[in-house]
Ligand binder design. Sequence first.
Ligand code: NAP
Ligand code: GDD
Length: 375
Amino acid sequence: MPSSDSGSSFLLMAHANLMVTSCMAKRALIIGVTGQDGSYLTEFLLAKGYDVHGLMRRASLFNTDRVDHLYHDPHLAGAKLTLHYGDLTDGTALRRVLHTVDPDEVYNLGAQSHVKVSFDIPEYTAEVVAVGTLRLIEALRDHVMHRGRLVRYYQAGSSEMFGAAPPPQSERTPFYPRSPYGVSKAAAHWFAVNYREAYGLFICNGILFNHESPRRGETFVTRKVTRAVGRISQGLQDKLYLGNLEAQRDWGYAGDYVEAMWLMLQRERPDDYVIATGEAHSVRDFVQLAFAEAGLDWQRHVAVDDRYFRPTEVDALLGDARKARRLLGWQPQVTFVELIRMMVARDIDLARRELAVNQAGFADPARGAALAGGD
Ligand code: NAP
Ligand code: GDD
């Protein structure tokens, strides 16, 4: 992937920026703050002393579960996390929030991020993921021009952009996306590269392979499996229906991956980086290990249901992250087995709470029961 050679503008601005901000807390703006990665990144940046501003969507139910533990009443002194309403489909709001926050760093993590759902709502997915990114970097371009100071921007790219390209995949592997989501992420990637080259903006594309955690959305396969393991272990569920068990993924831990996002933005020049563990496992491996972690035999509980197959599948993802290791000094800390252990432990705990509530006679349908089948 080409990186910008129109570097002098952001180097000069970087210097000026450094002088201005050296004695002030840095400000970060996170689009998608309520998501899995948004919550880990918020924790990471708060620990580094940043003032964090997050863009959140309006929803009819609370959607801040993942950041509630980080939030302090803004009426009290010292609040370091501020939330703003906005949406990647609303350019006016994006401009307003950029102007209000005047950030040093912007992380665009916002997306309709479910690959299978992108086949059901392709236009919306493209509107948020591709055009939404364009809207945001257009607003960024104007903001940087008017303020005359450097703003570092991170774009959440995905290994889904590689799609059918054979593994291992690196920064030099051509994209061959296999879903409306993958195509939209590829468009966003190239918008970002183009704006870096055309306008000298400091934009980095992270090409992140799958990363999971106990905060992972419950319709992604890893969490769908560990939630089921937890509930089956407590006798709350018996069957788990899945799709393609043969797909291979390079799964890492989300907490490790947000550090890589930040490291990219601390470099002198913007560039694109693959972030991955360099280890691939099948969905079947994940299932078997997760059930075994709870002392269960997966073959007694798992059934395959065609409805969870995708019209076009990404068969095998395996990242070559040597560039990130060399230039960012980044490497993952949590292993595949540790990740499974962490997720299963959390979901057994959740299932125990559900059971205790049931036994006390207060049974409610599980949160998200209408989506229990998953996607
Ligand atoms: P996630 O949990 O699905 O979070 C996505 C975030 O985007 C949520 O905060 C969501 O808000 C927000 N969002 C959705 N539509 C939006 C819109 N129209 N305007 C503004 N915000 C919107 O995803 P994640 O796992 O944290 O991933 C973060 C980013 O990395 C995403 O762009 C994803 O596509 C990309 N990525 C993820 C992985 C992975 O394995 N996790 C790998 C590669 C790339 P709500 O909470 O209100 O839904
Ligand atoms: N979700 C889901 N549900 N996936 C299943 C199921 C199921 O019941 N059964 C099998 N799978 C397979 C999918 O077909 C896919 O091959 C694999 O499990 C992983 O699916 P997901 O966990 O939904 O993730 P993904 O790889 O499609 O996409 C995730 O990773 C991308 C990075 O490569 C998402 O986080 C994307 O946003 C991200 O860009």
